[in-house]
Design a protein around this ligand. Sequence first.
Ligand code: ATP
Length: 758
Amino acid sequence: MYLKSIELTGFKSFGKKTDIVFASRISSIVGPNGSGKSNVAEAFRFVLGEQSMKSLRSKRGEDLIWGGSPTLPRSNRAGVKVVFDNSLPAAQGTAQAGTRLLDLDFNEVAVERIVYRDGENEYLLNGTKVRLKDVIRLLAGANIGGSGYQIISQGEADRILNASPRERREMVEDALGLKLYQHKKAESERKLEETASNIDKTKSLRREITPHLNFLRSQVQKIEKAREMKEMLAAKLSEYLAREHAWITSEDKRLSAEERSQETELKTLGNRANEARGKRPSQSAGVLQELKGKIIEREQKLSEARRESEKLTRELGRAEGVAEANTVMVEQIVAVPHVRQFAREVSEAISEALRNDDMPSVRVLLLHIKDRIQSFVDGLSGSAPDTKEESQQQVKAIANSLERVQKEETALAQELEALRAQITQVRDAGFAAERDLIELESAVREAQGKLGSVQNARMTIATLRQAFEDEVREGIALVGAAIHDWEKPLRQPADGGAGDEVLTGDDRPAQEKRRREIERLKIKIEESGIGNGDAVVREFNQTRERDEFLGRELVDLERSAASLKDIIVELEKTIDAKFTEGLKLINATLGDFFMKLFGGGAAKLEVEEPRLRRGSGGQSPKSDEDLMDEEEEMTEEEELYAGLSISVHLPRKKVHGLEVLSGGERALTSIALIFSMSQVNPPPFLVLDETDAALDEANSKRYADMIRELGSKSQLIVITHNRSTMAAAGELYGVTMGNDGVSKMLSVKLEEAEKVAK
Ligand code: ATP
């Protein structure tokens, strides 16, 4: 007994608040036509969330509200509240131990719906406002609501017969409690769709990223290559610079030493040249002049001395002549051999002088001869013996003077000779100095040339040092501070590994080769066109991380898509299995009920051939549901669907099929079907509004039996005019309507009920 009570306030003909408390498993509502019985059935529909106005026999929400009568003004709202017993089954003593009817932690659950004149609806669970879908979901969990077979409206008993195979299948699925699985499946399908769209989105995001990522990857590869080249450059540059520095330093040292020595050499040569310059002939002109002056002076003195000597010689000759003449007599005889001797001697002397071209001697000899001749002549004329003494003294004096002069003459001649030798010597010295100077000057030029080239070499070195410093600066710009490494490894292990090699730059061609390699590397690095590339590397890493994240996301999404597919497949299997099994049970019960009702024959539900169907067209019993929940909307896509058909074989009749059934037969068949459906998965309660209206007395009795059977599984609210049915109920409610048009409820006894119903 789940259904405790229903309360109608301002709902349709129930202008006043009316509470119906259900105390029996089978309750019957009786009353005259138009008293408001069907309104009670509709109150159930309404409170369980019915959205179809047609199903509520109305056009608008307003039609559901008490419209007013002369004695009772109209209501502003219509409300229906149904109260369920939701205590734990243990307390109820049923088999479903541990599970409440409704999934709410309350022992009693009141579901309430109110409609206002403006058509606004309100739903409440235990007085708290909720959404329609919360109500629907809660009730679906308890197998309440759904396709509506649970509340069979007046004249709609054969609705399940009129329904299309597809609709029929849905009703059966609902009855079998598959709606929950359908919901789950729909939800999984929706999630799958969402996942698929996320997969698409993720894939397209990755596709968008890919070209950029590829571009960045190639950039990063270039950067890495450039970095490798830079490292190589740093190593090469470092070695090159170390060698260059060593070379420049040693070369500078060597050259500056050489420069100093060349300067000293040049100075020495310069001094020597200056000295030589001072000894040149042009420089000794004064000395020569002086010497020449002296020569002239001496020559004058010499010629004076010669003149004097000649004069004295003449005088001596004369004096001797005189003296001789004084002694001529004595000597004349002996004189002749003397004269011969003299003539011979003089002649020889003259010849000798002439041979020697010694004119002064010739002259002296001639003068001597003349004096002899004179004295001879004078001797011939004779002189006195006293004068002979005197003349001899005179001769002596003259001879002395002459000797003196002749000495002077000799000294002068010697002096002249010495002076002339001196001139020659000065001249020779000048020439030698000139020669030396020429040599020295050439040596100076050579030394200057050497110094110049040393200085040039030093300038070259200075240029190299400048270039070296530029290289260091450029190197810092290119490879950073690492370039300073060149300062450290002046000693590095040689390639052979055999000890250390002192890095020098002596091998200039090798250095030049290194420099060219470095230049080539620099150009390559420059051509790579990449700065330090940090930003690109960062962006690449970020983009790659994003791509990897998307990749993982994709894997996750695909995994969850796969698991959703699995879930769907599982659900389909479950639905399929439960459907097949449930259908079997329904068919078994259906056959049973059918035989009971018809006294034979057979009826069963059959799964049709699957066919393509589009959306949920036609007069669907679910069209109302489309409105109620956006999440559970039916798709409009085509799908393969196998509906349910009913095959009916009436006893003792050849023809079969639904089309040939009479109104009563149809009613019986549908009752058998509805009842068998509710037996497989019994709903907590069923409302049957004059479902037995078309039955004759015999069938009414069978119907009443079935009601009793049904009542053991589901709580029943049976609206009827039928006595047998009333008799099956444990409790009877009479509905009356007075002149005020207000439906009233009262508990009645069976005998009263029969009266009330009439
Ligand atoms: P029957 O036995 O003939 O099927 P019933 O007992 O089922 O009759 P209902 O159809 O439930 O009768 O009641 C119909 C009555 O309810 C009508 O008299 C109608 O005027 C009244 N009714 C319907 N809607 C309203 C409303 N909004 N306000 C007042 N009365 C209403």
